[in-house]
Write a protein that binds this ligand. Structure first.
Ligand code: NAP
Ligand code: 8YV
Length: 309
């Protein structure tokens, strides 16, 4: 059987299917037969370390369990003729739910009010302070791609006015902004859902956060690198930004103490797609890509750079 290098974890179902077709070697075990490895199964967090990719002379394909592939150097892979696949679409609805859930938790002070009940404050001091309605808000989506559109769809029943910023204008009815700061100035809530990587590094900077302003809410379900975390912390501490709902961070799993200490932020441990149902679909597509590549030399969902390879 061909040899596969497993980077990071896989589910039991994925392992069972992979074991029928590959001899599996785990990077975590410390050694692997470099010459023999033809395939890699990895994920969006672990990617493929540069030294690992360089150590595999006969590598043919990398399958990523996740849609974001900024932790894999696709230009190096492509220059070596190595196919890279990912798991688009099957997680759109789940990640959109996470974004909307974070927005609602910020607006309706879910964590504060849960604590109000648990601490006995309701009995001791009476009703909790009022919150803000999620209805009829103007929401700016940074990155109106597959998941961005799913977020817009999920927000439609709330009477939301959707506007968006991306590099190119899309064929949609929503207002397009070619300037992110201008969009941030005009919206109540900014939701980030672009890819990570150099092109989007810290594009949500101090200027954008100040434009969003003290009544504004920032939701980030994209990558921690998209938001300047130090500028975000400063804006929240100074009251220049109102609220933040964050699923992703600059140096995961490290989350700065300053963020953990704030009551106007809601924090999640990068679980945008992390339900049993959606992870099963992502796992199935990750393995299907590997098995089809083995059997036919083709794949189902190449990353855009590898289409037509
Ligand atoms: P997609 O369909 O490729 O959409 C990406 C969008 O971002 C497009 O609208 C693209 O439009 C825009 N974009 C790309 N580069 C940009 C730039 N430099 N400036 C402004 N806009 C830019 O991708 P998707 O499937 O929706 O996934 C998006 C990302 O979400 C993934 O790459 C991943 O990082 C993240 N994600 C996170 C989780 C989680 O668990 N939190 C789960 C899944 C995905 P243009 O090309 O016109 O710019
Ligand atoms: C996963 C993600 O957490 O798909 C992505 O880009 O960020 C998430 O769905 C991750 O990639 C799983 O490995």
């Amino acid at each position: 059987m061909p040899d596969l290098l497993q980077i990071g974890g896989v589910t039991d179902v994925m392992r069972g299917r992979l074991e029928e077709a590959f001899t599996i070697h785990k990077l975590a075990d410390g050694s692997y037969p470099a010459e023999a490895i033809t395939h890699i199964a990895t994920n969006g967090h672990d990617g493929v370390p540069a030294e690992v990719m360089a150590s595999l002379p006969n590598l043919k394909m990398i399958s990523c369990y996740g849609v974001g592939y900024d932790a894999i150097d696709v230009s190096v892979a492509k220059s070596r003729g190595v196919m890279v696949t990912h798991t688009p679409n099957v997680l759109n609805a789940e990640v959109a739910t996470t974004a909307v859930m974070l927005m609602m938790a910020c607006y309706r002070e879910l964590l504060r009010d849960d604590a109000w009940v648990r601490s006995g404050d309701w009995e001791k001091t009476g009703n909790a302070p009022l919150t803000r309605s999620v209805d009829n808000q103007k929401v700016g989506i940074l990155g109106l791609g597959r998941i961005g559109q799913a977020i817009a769809d999920k927000l439609a029943p709330f009477g939301t006015t959707i506007v968006y910023h991306s590099r190119t204008q899309k064929d949609v009815a929503y207002q397009y902004y070619d300037n992110l700061t201008d969009m941030a100035r005009d919206v109540d809530c900014l939701i980030c859902i672009t890819p990570g990587g150099p092109a989007t590094n810290k594009i949500v900077n101090r200027e954008v956060l100040d434009a969003l302003g003290p009544e504004g809410t920032l939701i980030n379900v994209s990558r921690g690198s998209v938001v300047d975390e130090a500028a975000l912390i400063a804006a929240l501490q100074d009251g220049r930004l109102g609220w933040a709902g964050l699923d992703v961070f600059e140096a995961e799993p490290h989350v700065p103490e300053a963020l953990r200490a704030m009551s106007n932020v809601v924090l999640l441990p990068h679980v945008g797609s992390a339900t049993v149902e959606t992870r099963a679909a992502m796992g199935a597509l990750t393995v299907d890509n590997l098995l089809q590549h083995l059997a036919q030399g083709t794949v189902i969902s190449p990353v855009p750079e590898c289409v037509g390879m």
